[in-house]
Design a protein around this ligand. Structure first.
Ligand code: CMP
Length: 145
């Protein structure tokens, strides 16, 4: 079943975005939208609001606002789950032992600086795509360019 999901290249991996985009394409996905943005703290807190009570929330917001990120709309068969499978486990050390070919194993650093993000369900994909690529009204996070 064709699905859309949101893929983010996080600040730690933006210097490696060429290789990450290549991995996305060779895995059979199509990138249908892309933009590079620098999130404000308020935008990052809104995007990650489901994690606001977590111990790592502050570090996550600081990291995600430390430099530009690349947001992409990615389309493919079962894109929500297949993109998360290509990402590998959240923690890059776990990814390197359990899924060495995964994007987090290849390009990530640790549990927070983990190279990339993928929506965890069809419902969050719809919300997260609307956040970065609003269909009407507001313009979404400002392009860094
Ligand atoms: P992501 O898939 O973008 O979703 C939430 C992010 O929070 C996650 O990737 C990591 O960057 C970060 N994160 C999740 N769990 C932890 C953790 N236990 N410690 C630190 N950061 C985490």
């Amino acid at each position: 079943r064709k699905e859309k999901t949101l893929a983010l290249i996080k600040p730690d991996a933006v210097p490696k975005m060429g290789s990450i985009i290549e991995a996305i394409i060779v895995s059979g996905f199509t990138i249908t939208k892309a933009k590079m943005v620098l999130l404000s703290r308020a935008e990052a807190m809104d995007f990650y609001s489901e994690h606001q009570s977590k111990s790592f929330f502050h570090d996550l917001i600081t990291f995600m606002t430390s430099g530009p990120i690349v947001a992409m709309e990615v389309i493919g068969d079962d894109a929500v789950s297949s993109w998360r499978k290509l990402l590998g486990p959240t923690n890059c050390s776990v990814a390197r032992s359990e899924s060495p070919e995964s994007i987090r194993a290849r390009f990530g650093t640790d549990g927070t600086k983990n190279a990339a993000h993928g929506s965890d369900s069809i419902t969050s994909a719809a919300r997260e795509l609307e956040f970065f690529f609003p269909s009407s009204g507001g313009r979404g996070p400002k392009n860094t360019a």
